[in-house]
Design a protein around this ligand. Structure first.
Ligand code: SF4
Length: 220
């Protein structure tokens, strides 16, 4: 981990230069919309969520609207996002809790966000950084977990433990966009299958560089 501390500054500088516009790809105007869109984005692409949220947010404008939503109607509206029954339950439950405990306003601390149904650290981190500009942690999704391992920033597999490792070495101001930079890099270059190490701007600093190259088969 000592070497990770030395590499993290240059890694972030290169990521920031390569992906200067690293922020959430989810469309939102308010913290409530950010929260709902993030819940819907689990196991679903941001593009698909962005296609279904405009009519959704036109119909449900406040936490009270979501709290009193008819489950069947909400399920139908969010069906394309997948896992629609669970997601509808989370959104309605979160709406109710926001109304009952937070006066209708999405809370802006990690501790309070974690009280809401369907909200774990990843969702809370995204809401805090994107809707409130607050750095309380780093959202660890599949891209961040994979890249943290390949880049030698964490040996852990469980997201909460990966996050704990990252928080020790990533400077706090970078917590806000670290997730988005790694997501961009994970999609563009360091893909799950066949990472493109040969064209990766981080290769000089990456202990996994070249490890994934497919070796040509020896002649029979
Ligand atoms: S060098 Fe390869 S493994 Fe390392 S970050 Fe780049 S693409 Fe990923």
């Amino acid at each position: 981990m000592e070497s990770a501390k030395k590499r993290i500054g240059p890694l972030i500088r290169i990521l920031r230069r390569t992906y200067p516009r690293s922020h959430t790809a989810l469309d939102f105007r308010t913290p409530l919309q950010m929260l709902v869109a993030t819940i819907l984005s689990a196991q679903c692409t941001d593009e698909r969520v962005n296609r279904l949220t405009p009519p959704l947010f036109a119909k449900y404008k406040t936490a009270a609207d979501f709290a009193s939503a008819d489950p069947r109607e909400l399920e139908a509206a969010i069906r394309p996002a997948g896992f629609f029954r669970n997601k509808a339950r989370s959104v309605i439950g979160a709406g109710r809790r926001i109304v009952s405990d937070f006066n209708g306003r999405v809370p802006d601390t990690m501790e309070e966000l974690l009280i809401l149904p369907g909200v774990a650290r990843k969702t809370a981190n995204i809401v805090l950084s994107s809707a409130y500009g607050k750095a309380e942690g780093i959202a660890v999704d599949v891209h961040v977990a994979r890249l943290a391992g390949r880049l030698g920033l964490s040996r852990e597999k469980v997201p909460v433990k990966v996050e704990r490792d990252l928080l020790k070495i990533v400077p706090r101001p970078a917590w806000l966009d670290f997730n988005y930079m790694l997501v961009n890099h994970g999609r563009a270059v360091c893909r799950a299958r066949r990472p493109r190490c040969g064209e990766c701007p981080l290769s000089r600093l990456c202990p996994s560089a070249g490890k994934f190259e497919v070796k040509p088969k020896a002649a029979q």
